[in-house]
Ligand binder design. Sequence first.
Ligand code: 5RP
Length: 252
Amino acid sequence: VSTQPSSSPTNRASKVLLTQDELKKIAAYEAVKFVQSGMVLGLGTGSTAKHAVDKIGELLKQGKLKNIVGIPTSNVTRDQAISVGIPLSDLDKHPIMDLSIDGADEVDPHMNLVKGRGGSLLREKMVEATSKKFIVIVDESKLVKYIGGSGLAMPVEIVQFCWKFTLSRLEMLFMEAGCVGKLRKFGDSEEPFVTDNGNYIIDLYFKKDIGDLKAASDAILRLPGVVEHGMFLDMATTLIVAGEHGVRVTNK
Ligand code: 5RP
């Protein structure tokens, strides 16, 4: 693992602290420096990835990038990419990405991730798993000591059929970690959140470290009814973290 400080985003002269969204934008723009003309790009989803998509669109318009093909990881990103003029395709036609850029909800010290609090984990994993390079862009609030360590959700996409059954099986798998599962709702409504693939999401909350992540991943994926989970293990090749003290780029 090699880490390089890149630049300092803090406006020290006026002591103005940057907002979380400004830090996300700094990380995203740093990642876009890796984009070259002719690349097939996995386009991530979420408020951080959105900045990268906007920037790629801007560079295309300015003629500074050419012949880019984008593979979006959600319907929202597809619509955004169209609106900024990025030509799109899909995994059937372009099964290998040169580079994917996406945000994350948690990043552990080994660059394992939790993704999917935005609900797009399945398409994100399909696209990012086939990327030669996968750059994860975060502000430093996303760094955790261990997966689940933020106390926030680890999402699992499941089929709608008998979702309560699948939820209870998931809780049973992680009983020792005090796991509680909740069906994700759509905004403030009582309606379930439905993914772009027509599935539900169960958000798992852990009271303790779940330990062996590979074993946890295998156990979740063995449950009938589960489509995919939000742990992205050993997939990221580069991590870009923007914080008040600068931007850090770490290569695996
Ligand atoms: C969506 C994701 C996002 O990348 C993740 O939720 C981070 O989002 P944001 O950049 O808005 O903090 O996994 O499914």
